[in-house]
Design a binder for this molecule. Structure first.
Ligand SMILES: *Cc1c(COP(=O)(O)O)cnc(C)c1O
Length: 816
């Protein structure tokens, strides 16, 4: 049931908010004030449900999930909330009556960009699904004052602009200063004997206040809105009066600044960890605050801490929140007087860990001395966990020092967070079938042998509310007209779309929706970037973070190859295509930023050459974010999912494109494997080395990229464009680093990501997908088939699997 709010009431609410919050009439109000009044009117409805649900949940004694994640890439909330309350149409009509336009109002809202990419977006999709399925959940993270930077393109390169997203205030959040907690850093430990035994005193520490801000997250037709709890850092004293009174104002402010830097900014790195102290401070900050909150709440509601695992389960999203484990040990032992074994038993039942990557540079490790100085008590606890863990391994593998030191939590003066998670957690999961198998057979093989029952593979998913109902309203309407709106709540209903694949009218309407979405993207690009594109060409899209393993560079080499074909023979037919890239590079990732420069330089070349400008167009879309993705994905024909096999743990972009009727051109990597299984060989274009082939080459060191350069003329000519002066850039030698990295390598091996190996196979697959595209009858069925088979990639399916295998939550309604 949607919320019963008549159109008259909606109108009154909006105008009432304008009057009472801003003292304005509709005629006097700014767009921002109108946005905020709409949002506040929606918030009232949600907060009422939220308050009721949380009370009900306590009455019924339900277990609650705490989903801990350093990132939540939420995007905008307004229209999503209208959809999930079933109020979109009514709001649209009321706003039209008032002479307003929802699209303009929506643009006033800033994206909540508290994440880098897939990992943070997964957390956001999970909150939507958990609430939609009526499971009680709190997501916990940091209230970063600055989210992921905004990307602008200036003079052919990426420029980062800070994202001060809270600048104009945030209508969705509710501060809860009464629930603040103290988080302690540094200092020394002192052991004292008391009549209750040995007691640890933590002295000379400095502490920071953690203030929670709660956001209700409304699932689709939900009775149980989720909570997103973001912790903000504050100094204990605003001003140091000692310094203030002596006139040293900057010193008087110092403590405050030192404290608040903790929640200042999100680190802009994706799949990369550098072991920096401030990052460690951030991780301890939100995990300590969350664990203190859980214990406090449990004691207030239930008293006895031994029953904690009956009422709480915790999911650790990647290793970033791992410190929650030793922090709960600390609270249970040092503050609540529990013994080690009791405390450890509770932790091993409460915590679960999701692994997101096998790449070495992304595995979190901390230098032992730095860690010990910042978190002395947490360090001691980890050390004891490690000693006991290594003792137990010694019993299984007597004398096998090498194996034990590989599995140890602390080794070679480093603390390895993944090992800590696996040693303690109840369940450990990979994020697709393939990734689940890789962590068992390779990355964490030794652990799998000791704990075979811990390991799971649960394939990621995306919420069809945001990625279909919100992002693609025309397609949603078409589907509703044929199969009703049940598929938004029950993903299995999406299978019914398959029955429509012989309905010509449906297929034609499906393609007409795609065409309209392409026009919408065209207009958007014209408005925001002044770029012109032709909607009657193929839209071939590569959109995700810029990373070498995601192989934007392979796509660029292919575009250069098509350019060469046309230059060599002007008579050759090339199907007109618009190649759209969207990707942020981490500011410190030099090679990634060079790849952006290259994309822009290639765009400059092919878009301005009279021989190619009408058939090849290369476009770089600025500032890839949830809101940009919502416009780009529904307009896509070809979805580029071309990572080196074995390196993309799942991917979720692949699922969003598929659900919106794009056809995948991809490698057998991550969830692409399952997309292949779902749509069948005829409805996807697979190329490149398999994960087994790659791992064989890695093991035996047999890959010689130079050979491919010598033997494949197309590849050689494409590569030569990087260094032969064809590309007009300020610095002629700009792209020699990229060229060099593929052919010779420096510190690392040449072509670590197997671009040259896969080039020929990619070229062939591209030709095949284009011939499928030009066969209009074949393509429309193929595109619609992709949407029809996307139900299994709903995050509702994912959440049900987590719940059956890991959390065992009950829905509120089941116990009414
Ligand atoms: C889904 C999403 C991603 C993840 O894309 P992948 O292709 O899985 O890497 C990254 N950024 C944004 C804004 C997204 O919406």
């Amino acid at each position: 049931m949607g919320y019963d709010l008549s159109k008259e009431e909606i109108k009154e609410k909006i105008l009432g908010k304008l009057k009472r919050n801003f003292g304005k009439t509709l005629e006097e109000a700014t767009q921002d004030q109108i946005y905020k009044s709409c949002a506040l009117s929606i918030r009232d409805v949600i907060v009422e449900k939220w308050t009721d649900a949380n009370k009900q949940m306590l009455n019924q004694g339900l277990k609650r999930l705490y989903y801990l994640s350093a990132e939540f890439l939420m995007g905008r909330a307004l229209v999503n909330n209208m959809i999930n309350l079933h109020l979109l149409k009514d709001y649209q009509e009321v706003l039209t009556d008032l002479g307003l336009n929802l699209e303009n109002i929506e643009e006033q809202e800033r994206d909540a960009g508290l994440g880098n990419g897939g990992l943070g977006r997964l957390a956001a999709c999970f909150l939507d699904s958990l609430s939609t399925l009526d499971f009680p959940v709190t997501g916990c993270s940091i209230r970063y004052e600055f989210g992921l930077f905004k990307q602008r393109i200036l003079d052919g390169e990426q420029v980062e602009v800070d994202d001060n997203w809270l600048e104009a205030g945030n209508v969705w959040e509710i501060a809860r200063p009464e629930e603040q907690v103290e988080v302690k850093y540094g200092g020394e430990l002192e052991e004292v004997w008391t009549e209750r035994g040995l007691k640890i005193n933590h002295k000379n520490y400095y502490s920071v206040l953690a203030i929670p801000y709660d956001y209700p997250v409304m699932g689709y037709m939900s009775e149980m809105p989720a909570t997103l709890r973001l912790w903000s850092a504050r100094a204990k004293t605003e001003l140091d009066m000692h310094y203030f009174n002596r006139g040293d104002y900057s010193k008087a402010m110092q403590e405050r600044e030192l404290a608040e830097v903790i929640s200042k900014v999100l680190y802009p790195e994706d799949n990369h960890e550098q072991g920096r102290q401030l990052r460690l401070k951030q991780f301890y900050f939100f995990t300590s605050a969350t664990m203190q909150h859980i214990v406090r709440k449990h004691k207030a509601n239930y008293g006895d801490l031994h029953t904690l695992p009956n009422y709480f389960t915790v999911q650790i999203n990647d290793t970033h929140p791992t410190l929650a484990i030793p922090e709960l040990m600390r609270i249970l032992m040092d503050e609540e007087g529990m013994g080690w074994d009791e405390a450890f038993d509770i932790c091993s039942r409460i915590f679960n860990y999701t692994n997101h990557t096998i790449m070495a540079e992304a595995l979190e490790r901390w230098e032992e001395d730095m860690f010990k100085a910042l978190l002395p008590r947490i360090y001691e606890i980890i050390k004891v966990i490690n000693d006991k863990f290594c003792d137990s391994l010694w019993k299984i593998y007597p004398g096998e020092w090498d194996k034990i030191s590989k599995m140890a939590i602390i080794s070679y003066h480093e603390i390895r967070m993944a090992n800590l998670c696996i040693a303690v957690c109840n369940k450990v999961n990979g994020v697709s079938k393939l990734h689940g198998e890789i962590i068992k057979s390779r990355t964490f093989r030794d652990f799998y042998i000791v704990f075979p029952d811990k390991f799971l593979g649960i394939t990621n998913g995306i919420t069809p509310r945001r990625w279909l109902a919100k992002a693609n309203q025309p397609l949603t309407k078409l589907l509703c007209d044929h199969i009703g709106d049940g598929f938004l709540k029950d993903y299995k209903e999406m299978d019914r779309i398959e029955d429509l694949l012989d309905n010509q009218k449906f297929l034609d309407d499906f393609m007409e929706v795609k065409h309209q979405n392409k026009i919408h993207l065209r207009d958007h690009l014209k408005k925001t970037q002044g770029i012109e594109i032709n909607e009657n060409t193929i839209f071939d899209v590569h959109a995700k973070r810029l990373h070498e393993y995601k192989r934007q560079l392979l796509k660029v080499l292919h575009i250069l190859h098509l350019y060469n074909l046309k230059k060599e023979n002007p008579q050759v037919h090339i199907e007109p295509c618009t190649f759209l890239f969207a990707a942020k590079a981490s500011p410190g990732y030099v090679r990634a930023k060079n790849i952006i420069r290259l994309i822009l330089a290639v765009a400059d070349l092919v878009n301005n050459d009279p021989d190619t400008k009408d058939i090849l167009r290369v476009v770089f879309i600025e500032n890839y974010s949830v809101s940009e993705a919502e416009i780009l994905i529904p307009a896509t024909d070809i979805s580029e999912q071309i990572s080196t096999a074995g390196l993309e743990a799942s991917g979720t972009g692949n699922m969003k494109f598929m659900m919106n009727g794009a056809v995948t051109l991809g490698t057998m990597d991550g969830a692409n494997v399952e997309i292949y299984e779902a749509v069948g060989d005829d409805n996807i274009f697979i190329f490149g080395a398999t994960e087994q082939e790659i791992s064989r080459m890695e093991r035996f060191g047999t890959y010689k990229p130079g050979l491919y350069y010598e033997q494949n003329t197309d590849l050689r000519l494409a590569l030569n464009r990087l260094i032969d002066g064809s590309l007009h850039v300020a610095n002629d030698r700009q792209f020699s680093d990229l060229y060099h990295s593929l052919l010779f390598g420096e510190m690392q091996r040449a072509d670590q990501y197997y671009l040259l190996y896969d080039f020929a196979s990619y070229t062939q697959a591209y030709e095949q997908i284009v011939s499928a595209y030009v066969d209009k009858e074949r393509w429309k069925r193929m595109a619609a088939m992709n949407t029809a088979k996307s139900g299994r990639f709903s995050s509702d399916r994912t959440i049900n699997e987590y719940n059956e295998l890991i959390w065992h939550l009950r829905k509120m309604s089941e116990r009414k």
